[in-house]
Structure formats: C-alpha cells, structure tokens
Design a protein around this ligand. Structure first.
Ligand code: AMP
Length: 291
C-alpha cells in the first residue's frame, strides 16, 4: 500500500490503473470494522482500491468536535494495508483547501431534516469534499455506509443531478456484538454512556419487529414509541427521532405503510452524539440495503 499526500501524486499513480476499475472509500480515519467492510466490498468489485483519510473542516460546525476528532495515522495505515487498500490518500487541509473555497455544493430538500437540521452546513461540507475527492480520484465505484443513511441519500442525489460517472454502493451498518453501531466517536463514551447507548440499537430492533407485526397505526406513533424507549436511558439526550420516507426524507403520507421508511435517530450521551437508523420497506420486511 502506498500512502499519498498530494493530489498530483495520486492522479499520477492512478493513471496506470485506469484500464481496470477503481473503487473508492472516503473516510475521516480512526478506522474500524465498519470502514474496513467497505474496503472488503470494494476489493470484491474493483481492481484498485483507494481510501481517503481526511477530517474535513468544512463539514464541522462551530463548537463541534473537529479539534478533538480521533486521529491515528500509523494505526490506520496498518489496518488499511491489511485490508488490501492499494492507495491511501491522506492530504493536509492546505492541500485540499489551498485558498478560501468560494464554491460549495448544496443539495436541497434531502438535507433539510435530521442531521441537516441539527448541523447547519454539514451536508454542504460533505457534498463539497466528496465532489472534490471524486474529481481527484475519479473512481468507477464509491462505497458508503448506511449508518450515515442521510449522507448516502445526499451523495446519490448529487451524483444523479450532476452526472458524476460513478456508481454509489451503499453498504450495511457494522455493529459491535452487543449491537452498538461502530463509529470512530464511540471512543469518547464513558463506560456508563457506552452501556446506556445500547438503548439505541435495542429500540431499533424492537421497532423493526413490532412494525413487521403491524403494531403501529401511524408514523407519528412509531416515532413517539422510539422517543419513549430511548428516554428510558437516563443519560440519553435525544437530538432527533424521526420516521421519514427514504431516500427522499419526507414526511410519510397517509399510505405510509406502502412507503419505504427510515427510522433515524441522533442521541447525545454526554458530549458524544451518536446516530443510527433502520430502514423499513413497504411490505413489512427489512430493506435490502440493511441485509
Ligand atoms: P467516517 O470516517 O465516519 O466519515 O465514515 C466513513 C465511511 O464509513 C462512511 O461512508 C460511513 O458511513 C462508513 N461507516 C462508518 N461507520 C460505519 C459502520 N458502523 N458500518 C458501516 N459503515 C460505516
């Protein structure tokens, strides 16, 4: 595996690989099995795998965790190499933003709710950096985790609207054996917060089961159930718990049971904000992207 820090060097290195397919896994590093599952999928489907590690300042708001976001390049290099990454792109902030950027990519509507509402500017930062990375790497396929389901919806919309010649591959959420979704931010949790955070996955699994059994009479009732269950954990501070259509992320209609739905939550435990979701399809079965 080669670690590359400049755009020019990466473009040059990829030139000789373009007769085969290039798979791309963008990350912010501090790698875990969730990231590595994306690499594994990319390895199965592509000749060359590029991973980026870049903590993108543009997608962090004031007062968010940009400065304390966990970083460990040596450890990440070892994990990425063992997983079979061919090129690890690790640019500096000044390499990616040599001057103040005056151009940003704004995706409308799908960014209005959920994390888009509680983190203003976040998805413009994401869409902008992913656009830049797509222009630099020019991948055939790019791999994203469904833990960040709204991010997948935003990127798919952007790729569609702007005719990016790339296939977006959504991949299932990888969890700890006890159900907690893997996240680089899990290291912030105290043992007590970590224990109580299990309420998120427990609630989503219960919802899935109850929904399959036709337990809920409306999307509002379902969302209320989620809020009540999560609030049973004393340290849980709910940012949002919503039921929306997926991928448009709109309020479900009266025929909500026929729609593909997402139950999405963001919950703070102390200073740590965790997100998770489950997709429910119109027939009371688990959606294919969650299998
Ligand atoms: P991040 O480093 O948090 O920006 O994540 C980089 C990529 O890994 C994104 O596409 C995430 O959705 C994905 N990812 C993060 N956590 C998980 C997980 N637990 N399972 C699957 N994919 C994940």
């Amino acid at each position: 595996m080669k670690t590359i820090e400049t755009i020019h060097e990466l473009r040059t290195a990829l030139k000789s690989r373009r007769q085969g397919t290039i798979g791309f896994v963008p990350t912010m590093g501090y790698l875990h099995q969730g990231h590595l599952s994306l690499v594994e999928r990319a390895k199965q489907e592509c000749d060359t795998v590029v991973m980026s590690i870049f903590v993108n300042p543009l997608q962090f708001g004031p007062g968010e965790d940009l400065d304390r976001y966990p970083r460990d390049l040596k450890r990440d290099q070892a994990l990425a190499e063992a997983a079979g990454v061919d090129f690890l792109f690790h640019p500096s902030v000044s390499e990616m933003y040599p001057t103040e950027p005056l151009t940003q990519v704004h995706v409308e509507k799908v960014t209005e709710r959920l994390c888009g509402a509680s983190r203003p500017g976040h998805f413009a930062g994401v869409a902008t950096v992913v656009t830049k990375l797509f222009h630099i790497v020019a991948p055939d396929r790019a791999y994203f985790g469904m833990k960040d389901a709204q991010q997948v919806a935003v990127i798919e919309q952007m790729v569609h609207d702007l005719h990016f010649p790339v296939t977006i591959v959504p991949c299932p959420t990888v969890r700890e054996p006890d159900g907690l979704a893997l996240s680089s931010r899990n290291v912030y949790l105290s043992p007590e917060e970590r224990e109580q955070a299990l309420v998120i996955n427990r609630t989503l699994r219960e919802v899935e089961q109850k929904w399959t059994q036709g337990h809920f009479t409306s999307a509002d009732e379902l969302a209320q159930f989620v809020r009540e269950r999560i609030q049973t954990a004393p340290l849980a501070d709910i940012d949002y718990a919503e039921v929306l259509t997926y991928p448009r992320l709109e309020k479900p209609s009266a025929a909500w049971k026929e729609q593909r739905l997402i139950v999405a939550v963001a919950v703070r435990f102390g200073k740590t904000r965790l997100i998770d979701n489950v997709l429910l399809d119109g027939r009371g079965e688990k959606s294919c992207s969650e299998q």
